[in-house]
Ligand binder design. Structure first.
Ligand SMILES: Cc1cc2nc3c(=O)[nH]c(=O)nc-3n(C[C@H](O)[C@H](O)[C@H](O)COP(=O)(O)O)c2cc1C
Length: 176
């Protein structure tokens, strides 16, 4: 291992899940894959997602102030991840052939290949260079299945042999 000041391999030991972050604005439904999602407070329950500034989902989340998180299960097909994670809603309708429910704020929450859904109202957005850290207060959370295994970011790479596109915060791991 090279003796660099920032060893990228060390960051690969941080753990993540795999999610679809979704939203709706003026009748347009959109969503994107994100691994950089976490719960940050308990009372009230708040979540945060790191979203690239160039993503359509990021723009629509900012405009609408609503955000959904769907927790992907381990046996989700790679084609499903490809649709949400490697293509932009600027050129396709990602919701035209996937199942979803609508949250109380109007957020489309993807239920295909997912174990749980969460809906949140955006309360803060912080700029972090290429990304925006979007913080939302949870208004609804529902388990869809019991006993399923959530897909981890690590298994996305190790089992599914998946890569990350340029807008993912963890894109650097593609080279390792
Ligand atoms: C495995 C994986 C992880 C990703 N993680 C993130 C992430 O945490 N944040 C982000 O902004 N984009 C992430 N992306 C990239 C977006 O999903 C991608 O840029 C998407 O095409 C954006 O679509 P949109 O323009 O319709 O919003 C990830 C993609 C993949 C495949």
């Amino acid at each position: 291992m090279a003796d660099e000041k920032i060893q990228l391999e060390s960051l690969f030991s941080l753990t993540y899940g795999m999610y679809i972050v979704s939203t709706a604005y003026e009748g347009k439904f959109n969503g994107q894959i994100a691994n950089a999602v976490m719960q940050i407070t308990a009372e009230p329950i708040c979540i945060a997602a790191a979203m690239h500034k160039d993503n359509l989902t990021t723009t629509l989340v900012e405009k609408s102030g609503i955000m959904g998180i769907s927790v992907l299960e381990e046996d989700v097909p790679m084609t499903f991840i490809g649709n949400f994670g490697f293509r932009s809603g600027r050129s396709i309708d990602k919701f035209c052939d996937c199942e979803y429910i609508t949250g109380e704020l109007g957020t489309p929450l993807v239920i295909d290949h997912c174990l749980a859904v969460v809906e949140a109202k955006v309360i803060n957005i912080m700029e972090v260079y290429t990304h925006k850290l979007v913080v939302g207060e949870v208004v609804m959370a529902r388990a869809l299945k019991e006993g399923g295994t959530p897909l981890t970011y690590s298994n996305y790479h190790l089992i599914k042999r998946g890569k990350s596109p340029k807008n993912a915060p963890t894109v650097v791991f593609n080279a390792l």
